[in-house]
Design a protein around this ligand. Sequence first.
Ligand SMILES: Cc1ncc(COP(=O)(O)O)c(C=O)c1O
Length: 401
Amino acid sequence: MLLSALPRLVAGRAALRRRLRDALARLFGVDARRIVLTDTGRTALTLLLRAHGVGAGDEVIVPAYTCVVVPNQIPALGASVRWLDVSADTLGFDWNLLDAAIGPATRAVPATRAVIIPHNFGPACRVPDALRARHPQVVFLDDAAHGFASQHDGQWLGTYHDGAFFSFEYSKNLSGGIGGFVLLPEGLAVDEPSAEVGVLDQLRLLATLTGHLLAARCAQAGRVWLALARRVGLIYRSSDAEVAGGVAHPPRALPTLAAALLLPQLAALPAVLRHKQRLAERYRAALSAVPGIRQWPGAAGTHWVRYPFALPQPVADKAALARRLSAASGLAVGVWFDDVIHPAGSFRHGYVIGSAPEGERLAATVLNLPMNVAVACDARLDARLARLTAALTAYLKETAA
Ligand SMILES: Cc1ncc(COP(=O)(O)O)c(C=O)c1O
């Protein structure tokens, strides 16, 4: 797919972006002016906050179980971050806690102006209408970075609150290497970023994406490629200033390569969704056989970005356990989120340890499995899942002893 995307680049930046915008608008059933393409989900968040006029003196409620690049975008607008714990029952907000956390419209300084609604791992949830009606001064924005093409009661995630931001980064449901977009609510407008991703960064993107695609099919080949790319400075990744320093990402437009890669994935979306649904069912059935493992219901219409499961007790070194389970099973077991503010070691934005016990427990117990089109639902998968459940059972026995 990567190779076939390259000739498509001759259509040019503007045409490819226009086609992608139109295809997304058709999918969501909205006017194409409500779709604004960006280089990342985090840029899309900034554009959405700006479109709503969020700025100095405003407070934004952020789930205390998210990626650092989400809160990073808020102080740069003059607004402040307020952490709110998530519920281990849903991986998202408990609506009663959210209701109580929203400051009163007048007396509070700063006043809550926006809430970022998590849809961690992909399942779409909906803020109760009564809660929204009680806080008319607040906008509810979907962090749909994990939930592209998920539905809630037959409605696309992103279409029923006050706007949404999506990500097309390597690890997401559809991938352009990097990329994202805003789905604006009716009546709001915002310009596409005028800055472009530079040529060197586009080369890094190509090299890094190639490594990830190789790794999805042959872990060893992917590792070798990525090690070589790292050596020559061709890995594309978030800057240290963003991850460790909490600095906002500068808004840029969607790279042309990303648009060329995303168009065929979008055209194949129904088949991709069917495949991932089957994969999730296989994972669910296999993990159900391991006593003590927690899973979350995915309503019909859930497009999982990765398939999460939780261990009964916190794990001191989740990365080591993920490596052990990956080696035993041949499936790429993942660790995110490995902290309330992922990745561990990220800028804290004032987070006080202990203030989000459920988020902290999820960070210490949740692992995930790949929802990857390259993972076929076949006998090989059954064998890998049998090895995974055996390795998990052995781990649980050791830790219970
Ligand atoms: C929950 C969540 N929201 C938003 C983002 C930001 O997406 P992007 O990397 O495209 O900026 C991410 C991360 O990668 C994420 O995990």
